[in-house]
Design a protein around this ligand. Structure first.
Ligand code: HEC
Ligand code: HEC
Ligand code: HEC
Ligand code: HEC
Length: 223
């Protein structure tokens, strides 16, 4: 009888210990993930991403209350002969779409203003969010994500009271400032990575829709 009571006490204490242990493992893990996210200092937009622990866990975005459209048609209102561009947001945000194909890029690879000032690397200085955006931090916050076109206007189409973001154009030893229009901003973002990916994996060229800088009409439908 006494032994049985002892056994029960021991197993209860043991179980409780186990739970505490599991709980603490879990918590410390989460802590380190969060720290890694903050500490990572994501690469500025045009540079190819390094292995990125900032990557959101590849859960489908539709699993939360908030969801992101899986695909977008960009350049719908193009004023040139280069028209619509298909963009699979879901693959780019949640699959291994880094240039080497080995990791998930962070949201801020593209949404460069959605991170704190302290996480920005030159030439980026503009910050709109206090935490680095990941799927989790995005879901946890009511703050909306601004379209690139909120700031990167079409050429000659700057609304009253706004200014066109400026970028650096380097050619040899010279560098000049250029208007970061929608064309310039998206091209730098999309093409820098695709060109880097193609260099590492030339076989990507056979993938339908995959384009490097000069493949204008692989991306754009002609108007
Ligand atoms: C990786 C895909 C991709 C490639 C390759 C590409 N573009 Fe684009 N282009 C885009 C995207 C995305 C936009 C901006 C869409 C938006 O503003 O919604 C854009 C914007 C433009 C615009 C501005 C359209 C407007 O009126 O707003 C022009 C002009 C343009 N591209 C021409 C070209 C030319 C010329 C080439 C080849 C030298 C080229 N593009 C290659 C994706 C691409
Ligand atoms: C809130 C305004 C804003 C939004 C939204 C925004 N940008 Fe920018 N972007 C800027 C400004 C301003 C700069 C100039 C550098 C700076 O101030 O950080 C810039 C610079 C850039 C650069 C040049 C970086 C370099 O190395 O010179 C690229 C590329 C770019 N943006 C792409 C994008 C893309 C792609 C999106 C959407 C996914 C986007 N931006 C959304 C304001 C914005
Ligand atoms: C490869 C670049 C890229 C990556 C990575 C990326 N996005 Fe986007 N995102 C875009 C583009 C381009 C759009 C289309 C709207 C625009 O042009 O800004 C967009 C649109 C969105 C929108 C809708 C904005 C609106 O209301 O129209 C949300 C929300 C969003 N992204 C969140 C995220 C989150 C969260 C992540 C990371 C888990 C992420 N994105 C990763 C490029 C990207
Ligand atoms: C940081 C890297 C990176 C950025 C930024 C990026 N892409 Fe991609 N993209 C890839 C890679 C890698 C692939 C090929 C993926 C594979 O098949 O393994 C790809 C494939 C594609 C494809 C082929 C179909 C598909 O979805 O797989 C299209 C179209 C495309 N990208 C459009 C865009 C556009 C438009 C932008 C800019 C708004 C963009 N990408 C920005 C890395 C990038």
């Amino acid at each position: 009888m006494k032994n049985l009571a002892k056994l029960i006490v021991i197993s209860v204490v043991g179980l409780a210990g186990l739970f505490v242990f599991l709980g603490s493992v879990d918590l410390s893990r989460m802590g380190s993930v969060v720290l890694a996210k903050v500490a990572i200092n994501p690469t500025p937009t045009p540079a190819p991403p390094e292995t990125n622990t900032n990557a959101a866990t590849p859960t489908t975005p539709s699993s939360g209350d908030k969801s992101i459209p899986k695909t977008f048609t960009l350049a719908k209102d193009s004023v040139s002969e280069y028209g619509e561009v298909a963009f699979d947001h879901d693959s780019h945000a949640f699959k291994n779409y880094s240039p080497d194909g080995k990791s998930v890029m962070g949201c801020v690879q593209c949404h460069h203003t959605d991170q704190p000032k302290s996480a920005l690397k030159p030439p980026l200085v503009t910050s709109e969010r206090d935490v680095v955006m990941t799927l989790e931090t995005w879901k946890a916050s009511p703050q909306k994500v601004n379209n690139c076109r909120t700031c990167h206007f079409q050429d000659g189409n700057v609304p009253d009271g706004k200014t066109m973001p400026q970028g650096i154009y380097a050619s040899g030893a010279k560098s000049t400032t250029v208007d970061m229009t929608n064309q310039e901003a998206y091209h730098r973002n999309c093409n820098a990575c695709h060109d880097a990916a193609f260099k590492l994996r030339p076989e990507l060229k056979s993938k339908p829709g995959f384009a490097t800088t000069k493949d204008c009409t692989v991306c754009h439908k002609t108007n």
